[in-house]
Design a protein around this ligand. Structure first.
Ligand SMILES: NC(=O)C1=CN([C@@H]2O[C@H](COP(=O)(O)OP(=O)(O)OC[C@H]3O[C@@H](n4cnc5c(N)ncnc54)[C@H](OP(=O)(O)O)[C@@H]3O)[C@@H](O)[C@H]2O)[C@@H](O)CC1
Ligand SMILES: Nc1ncnc2c1ncn2[C@@H]1O[C@H](COP(=O)(O)OP(=O)(O)O)[C@@H](O)[C@H]1O
Length: 281
């Protein structure tokens, strides 16, 4: 078992970036997003919204026509034309068991494209086919299912009882960075990095907040794309930073409601404040 360290505000501040005078939207980084489905259109809206709010040069969204419409209704800044991207967010709001054949091909194509990937929910089964730094973002039930599908015996109760050990095991067996969601989020990689992020508020336990986390992380990965060649392990730090930003945005959102409940979109709405404070130092 490795040693786990709580990721701090100072750590997170090293992994956010603002554009400068040399930048344009493409140099900042484009995030390709394949999320959502007829069954779960909201997951696409939430992830795309969160990516925009985190700060990214462009979000290219690809999904069913009706889902594209709701994404564009919420965020007309989103581009739905295919094109080059610097990172992918794949799988939120997709049911791997009912994935259309063409979508499976598109997801595999993205994983083979050589750019970093954030792999969530209905894309998790494709882990192992990645060709660039990749982080998986399961919750405990998803991690259990993934490990069982690779003939690694475990139960949901075991994963929930010792998330640190199972996140480490998954990183080693699957050779991928792992962000295991929960009240304490565990982020680790096969090279020995181990970080925890303790959620600031348990109001985060509501539908769609994980989809928002995916969007935050996707945007951070896209905007740091130029660091991956020299620092392939950057994805683990970016994942911990995304979890920290997510938790802090939820805290501020809840405070705005006198400690009251927070919805997933409220978390996304408060991400710019957190990024701004991190940049100001
Ligand atoms: N707005 C959106 O578009 C949103 C979209 N989302 C997207 O949804 C997709 C599925 O992700 P998920 O994590 O929700 O489901 P998943 O891991 O398959 O676990 C299912 C398990 O839950 C259990 N279960 C169900 N109801 C229960 C109950 N009342 N009380 C207790 N247990 C209950 C159920 O158990 P069962 O009913 O079979 O006994 C089963 O074991 C994913 O793509 C995600 O991105 C979400 O982010 C939400 C917002
Ligand atoms: N009890 C809890 N306290 C604080 N945060 C939690 C708790 N349970 C879950 N979370 C966080 O809420 C988010 C839920 O994500 P996820 O399980 O993917 O939900 P969804 O699929 O509905 O988006 C994760 O960021 C997770 O770390």
């Amino acid at each position: 078992m490795g040693t786990w360290r709580e990721w701090t505000e100072a750590d997170a501040a090293r992994w956010v970036a603002a554009p400068d005078g040399e930048d344009d939207k493409y140099r900042r980084g484009v995030l390709g997003v394949m999320t959502g489905s007829i069954e779960y259109p909201g997951a696409a809206v939430l992830g795309v919204e969160a990516a925009h709010r985190t700060g990214v040069g462009m979000v290219r969204y690809s999904g069913p026509r009706s889902v594209r419409s709701v994404v564009l209704a919420r965020r007309p800044e989103t581009v739905t034309m295919p094109g080059r991207v610097q990172a992918w967010l794949l799988g939120s709001g997709i049911d791997a068991g009912h994935r259309p054949f063409i979508l499976s091909g598109d997801l595999q194509h993205a994983l083979a494209s050589g750019v970093p990937v954030v792999l969530d929910a209905g894309g998790l089964d494709l882990v192992g086919t990645h060709t660039a730094p990749t982080v998986i973002t399961p919750h405990a039930r998803e991690l259990t299912g993934l490990l069982l599908s690779r003939d690694i015996e475990c139960t949901l109760e075991e994963v929930e009882a010792d998330p640190a050990a199972w996140a480490e095991r998954a990183a080693a067996e699957l050779q991928v960075a792992v962000l295991l969601k929960g009240a304490v989020t565990h982020v680790c990689d096969p090279d020995g990095a181990r970080f925890t992020v303790t959620a600031s508020t348990h109001w985060l336990a509501s539908a769609g907040t994980g989809d928002v986390l995916g969007g935050i992380l996707g945007a951070l990965v896209a905007t740091h794309h130029d660091r991956f060649e020299a620092e392939p392990w950057a994805i683990t730090r970016l994942a911990a930073t995304a979890a920290w930003v997510h938790s802090e945005a939820a805290r501020i959102a809840s405070e705005a409601w006198e400690g009251g409940p927070v919805l997933a979109l409220d978390v996304a709405d408060h991400v710019p404040v957190v990024i701004g404070r991190l940049l100001r130092g």
